[in-house]
Design a protein around this ligand. Structure first.
Ligand SMILES: [Zn+2]
Ligand SMILES: [Zn+2]
Length: 356
């Protein structure tokens, strides 16, 4: 079976048929040398704008990272156009499990330094010397191996609501932090342990696998196409699903439900919950998990302080925000001390020790 690797005509027809007038939510990435990202950006914007594509796309000299939605009826044209670009021909498209016509509201194609903010100096290692890619079936077998350390390469607010069973979920805010922590924790196991990594769609693991090989790890694997592709393959091939909870995504949907397990808890009252919310106080905007009851009681706010602020007239709120720096600095993603039920996630040693 093709399993969306390069989407046969038959698979495409089925997708489009199923979606009808709706939009398909898609993501893909490709590391490739792009000499003139501005020019490429303009070309992509024009082509996609005509097809009513919406989404957030980053282009850099190292490649392209795209999260987007395409009207189902334009999907064939979209795919044909991608195939005209040499390094995007037959690129793996990660098709979402849950589509949403409002996953993206605009088309933004931006030129960036990097396609993922990784904080790495790529000149120091060969990013194309990546680890072994494994598909869902092989991945399921591999992670049963007692010699495997399975690492979630995403950040704490992503793995908190869903992850693979027995995975190490580093308690980190950034990809860079996680690279260092894992290397440090596994420094005595670079040869004897199999390092198996996964992320949302594969883009982070691909860079990480090259980095770890450069750092002396001998057995490095990554889940091909990430959680999104895994879930599709599990469904299509009737494999055992070893992922529990929800897959965090970076669009208006915030997450895709993979299983009914609710593995996180409301950061305010501790009840089982796995719905992220941004604090309604624009000066705060903290991303945290809030249950329905707390949402109502707290009016979507992370604290009573924020709740008081949103009662103020808009002009007064704006005045308060002045001089507080931009929202990126205060976007702490659920790490605020006043949230009593934000748990520290397991560190790598707990898992290694448990395995003996
Ligand atoms: Zn609650
Ligand atoms: Zn707040």
């Amino acid at each position: 079976m093709q399993l969306y690797n390069n989407l046969s005509a038959k698979e495409r027809a089925a997708l489009i048929e199923e979606a009808g007038k709706d939009r398909l939510t898609i993501s893909f990435y490709k590391y490739a040398k792009i000499k003139n990202p501005e020019l490429f950006r303009n070309h992509m914007f024009l082509a996609w704008d005509q097809l009513d594509v919406l989404g957030r796309i980053y282009i850099a000299t190292e490649g392209i990272n795209a999260q987007l939605s395409v009207p189902a009826e334009n999907f064939n044209e979209f795919k044909t156009h991608l195939d005209t670009i040499s390094f995007l021909e037959n690129v793996r498209l990660n098709i979402a499990i849950e589509h949403d016509n409002f996953a993206f509201l605009k088309l933004k194609v931006k030129v960036r330094n990097k396609i993922v903010a990784d904080g790495l100096n790529d000149d120091t290692f060969d990013v194309t010397n990546k680890g072994t890619h494994v598909e869902a079936e092989q991945f399921n077998e591999l992670i049963e191996d007692p010699n495997v350390v399975l690492v979630d390469m995403r950040n704490h607010y992503e793995s908190e609501i869903g992850h693979f069973k027995n995975a190490v979920t580093p308690d980190v805010d950034t990809f860079r932090e996680s690279l260092d922590i894992i290397e440090e924790d596994l420094r005595d196991h670079k040869e004897d342990k199999k390092l198996v990594m996964y992320c949302t769609g594969g883009i982070r693991c691909e860079k990480a696998s090259a980095y770890y090989k450069h750092k002396g790890f001998k057995q490095v694997f990554q889940l091909e196409g990430g959680i999104i592709n895994y879930t599709r393959q599990v469904e299509e091939k009737g494999l055992e699903n070893k992922f529990i909870g929800k897959n965090f995504v970076f669009d208006e949907r915030r997450s895709e439900r993979i299983t009914d397990d609710v593995i996180a808890q409301c950061h305010q009252c501790g009840k089982p919950a796995d719905l992220h919310t941004n604090c309604a106080n624009e000066a705060c905007h903290l991303l945290f998990i809030q249950c329905e009851d707390c949402k109502t009681k707290m009016e979507n706010c992370c604290s009573t302080q924020c709740q008081e602020i949103i009662q103020l007239p808009y002009e007064e709120q704006k005045a308060l925000r002045k001089g507080q720096g931009n929202s990126n600095d205060i976007f702490k993603k659920g790490r605020a001390d006043h949230l009593p039920f934000k748990k520290d996630l397991r560190n790598i040693f707990d898992v290694l020790n448990k395995k003996g």
